[in-house]
Design a protein around this ligand. Structure first.
Ligand code: AQP
Length: 329
């Protein structure tokens, strides 16, 4: 049997090249090696307010984007988290074994809470729900970007604590990071990661941005006061642009040095924009085709839910038995 993978994306805004290079691009590549479950984690998205009509639309958009980047629904299961009640059910059971102190020290909680007027309890519980997503499917591997490493470590802590209290139940998941592109930074501020929820006209390149918009955003990217690329003294903005190019082009470090050393920043930006536009073009084309196939996305999501529900139900039953909850019928 192939080892199992779970990973997800929140339908919380426009999917950007950070999400793609940090996660989705690698999901596509591991589909033969693993039994993959890829989630549109809408219950996570509502930890901060989402406009209901927009959220519904974003869920479908994200499913179509999963397909457009190359997730194959015959080999991998694409699911919407809220269509499988076991995610929320297991999250509650795990909440009951998770010390609050583990949650209040999460970096993402601290930064997202700081941006809210009223902090919902869901924002604090977010990593427990993420642990439930992973442990529900007894996933061995979780391919994510660098910002999620702390949450997967917490998932392991929660699994360990549960196993200690109630007996061996959960498989211990491992984090899988991309070698290049694990943390793409904002184009406007290369000190902070590119994020769907960060405002700013040229903060992020969305996967569905038209070519002229992509070019404009990249040409405006923050660099530094030096004139040209010096690999021995790279500022964060230039490093970020080179990383974006390298992750899309899949070039070696040697190729990067040979090609970009001494290149003026305006030419670097032009070449990064060309590469991003060329790589996103087929994805965008496929995306529009998929959106024009009535019923296709719904069918994929239904098929995904049907495929994974038996796995989820088996875990819930096991956890109930372990905890002494009612399993009489
Ligand atoms: N900047 C990034 N560089 C590399 N990988 C990234 N990921 C996110 N940002 C970057 C990875 O994308 C996957 C999906 O992320 P998510 O939707 O679950 O939420 P997130 O990590 O919180 O991403 P965002 O874009 O910052 O969304 P918001 O603003 O809604 O919180 C994950 O594997 C993540 O590591």
């Amino acid at each position: 049997m192939k080892p199992r993978v779970f990973s997800g994306v929140q339908p919380s805004g426009d999917l950007h090249i950070g999400n793609y290079l940090g996660a989705l691009k690698h999901w596509v590549k591991i589909q033969d090696e693993y039994e993959c479950i890829f989630g549109i984690v809408d219950l996570h998205a509502i930890t901060v307010y989402q406009d209901p009509a927009q959220l519904r639309n974003k869920i479908e958009e994200l499913a179509a984007l999963f397909l457009a980047v190359g997730i194959d629904p015959q080999r991998s299961s694409i699911i919407v988290q809220s269509s499988i009640p076991a995610h929320a059910e297991l999250a509650w059971m795990l909440t009951c074994v998770t010390p609050v102190g583990w949650l209040t020290r999460m970096t993402q909680y601290k930064s997202k809470a700081a941006a809210q007027e009223t902090v919902g309890d869901g924002l604090l519980q977010y990593p427990v729900l993420m642990a439930a997503d992973i442990l529900l499917y007894q996933a061995q591997v979780v391919p994510v970007g660098d910002d999620q490493v702390q949450h997967i470590e917490l998932t392991r802590d929660i699994a360990q604590r549960f196993n200690h209290l109630y007996g061996e139940t959960f498989v211990m998941p491992e984090t899988r990071l991309p070698v290049v592109g694990a943390r793409i930074m904002g184009l406007d501020n290369p000190e902070a990661k590119m994020s769907k929820s960060t405002p700013g006209s040229h903060h992020a390149v969305a996967l569905l941005d038209p070519p002229d918009v992509i070019r404009q955003k990249i040409m405006r990217a923050t660099t530094d006061s030096k004139p040209a690329v010096d690999f021995d003294d790279l500022g964060p903005g230039v490093r970020n642009l080179l990383t974006i190019f390298q992750a899309f082009a899949e070039w070696s470090d040697e190729q990067m040095r040979a090609h970009f050393t001494g290149m003026r920043y305006s030419e670097l930006k032009k070449q990064v924009a060309d590469m991003v536009i060329a790589c996103l073009e087929p994805i965008q084309k496929r995306y529009h085709e998929i959106r024009n196939e009535p019923g296709y996305v719904t069918q994929v999501l239904r098929q995904g839910a049907e495929r994974v529900t038996p796995i989820a139900n088996a875990t819930i039953r096991l956890v109930k038995e372990r905890m002494g909850l009612y399993t009489g019928f």
